[in-house]
Design a protein around this ligand. Structure first.
Ligand SMILES: [Zn+2]
Length: 97
């Protein structure tokens, strides 16, 4: 079985061109943590920060972006975890204690 899994991983090739960094194109060097509309584009439905391989953001801008998202979370502009996920599953288990 492990042999098969390794084979599968090898066959997954990179297809197409690399996505350009949105911040490099627009020449934005400072990401505003108050700009939630922008920040929400780099956060998935659970409130997690999207990895670079998905958004195509370059390393430099990803670092700036992550700092902005974390800052926005801290002052409650962005959620750490989305409401609908907080209410389901695990939380109910905690209440039974
Ligand atoms: Zn960039």
């Amino acid at each position: 079985m492990p042999r098969m899994r390794r084979k599968k991983k090898k066959s997954r090739k990179f297809v197409g061109r690399k996505k350009p960094c949105k911040f490099c194109i627009t020449k934005i060097h400072v990401v505003d943590y108050k700009n939630t509309d922008l920040l929400l584009r780099f956060v998935n439905d659970r409130g997690k920060i999207a990895p670079r391989r998905i958004t195509g953001t370059c390393a430099q801008h990803q670092r700036i972006l992550v700092r902005a998202i974390k800052r926005a979370r801290y002052i409650a502009l962005l959620p750490f975890v989305r409401e609908q996920y907080r209410q389901s599953g695990d939380v109910k288990r905690w209440k039974s204690y």
